[in-house]
Design a protein around this ligand. Structure first.
Ligand SMILES: *Cc1c(COP(=O)(O)O)cnc(C)c1O
Length: 221
């Protein structure tokens, strides 16, 4: 199937209100333009350098999402244009994003990344760290960030029950934060979870944003 057919069939499976981030990492601009020409505008990348290069080369109405691990010293390269940073996994990173937002006179949209997987390697906050951050005076002084929700990656496994449980866990984290910190903030509404192998499970579990790469663009090396 072609990229546009893949996109259409995935979109047909998503309930209204669930946003599809087409993850184009490692894929050439021609592939992105095939998706673009079907009307799709939301793309995700996980490396700063590649994101910057693609932003420069491609149409300016693309909404770029940074979905990967982000180093503090690289925030400045994407701050002028990035639409949403999914992987805020430390307070230090959030402060660095605020600082670049201030320089750019932009409010930077962010998601807090939580560690929900079994695997040790996946980045993310835990609830204690998140609350310490949200309770701090320093956090309340950040004027150039907009926290819109949470993001997580499930364990890479065929065990659907285990994956569903991790998604439930992220949904519960979202609910708790919403109640305790963001109840008056309509913008805090996103749960970014679900990839090619598990986006339908994620949607069942309450995802509002799925990040799908290989099922649209084909496998990566
Ligand atoms: C690569 C990547 C995806 C997409 O993965 P696929 O399995 O190709 O759909 C989603 N989220 C993150 C954070 C990624 O790095």
């Amino acid at each position: 199937m072609s990229i546009s057919e893949n996109l259409e069939s995935i979109k047909a499976q998503l309930p209204e209100g669930v946003k599809l981030v087409a993850v184009s990492k490692t894929k050439p601009n021609e592939d992105i333009m095939q998706a673009y020409n079907t009307g799709h505008r939301v793309f995700g990348e996980n490396k700063v350098q590649e994101l910057v290069a693609k932003h420069e080369a491609l149409p300016k109405d693309i909404e770029w999402h940074m979905i990967g691990h982000l180093q503090r010293n690289k925030v400045k390269y994407i701050a002028p244009f990035v639409h949403l940073i999914h992987g805020v996994d430390s307070f230090r990173l959030l402060k660095a994003i605020d600082k670049e937002g201030r320089k750019q006179k932009r409010i930077m949209n962010c998601l807090m990344q939580f560690h929900i997987a079994e695997e040790e390697t996946k980045f993310g906050l835990d609830m204690k760290e998140a609350k310490e951050m949200l309770d701090s005076v320093e956090y309340k002084e950040l004027a150039h960030i907009n926290i819109m929700g949470v993001m997580g990656m499930a364990t890479f496994t065929d065990d659907e029950q285990a994956v569903s449980k991790e998604f439930q866990c992220l949904k519960a984290i979202f609910n708790e934060l919403k109640t305790q910190y963001f109840s008056g903030k309509d913008d805090f509404k996103e749960i970014s979870m679900g990839m090619s192998g598990d986006y339908l499970l994620a949607v069942k579990g309450g995802s509002t944003m799925v990040r799908v790469g290989s099922s649209i663009f084909g496998g990566r090396n």
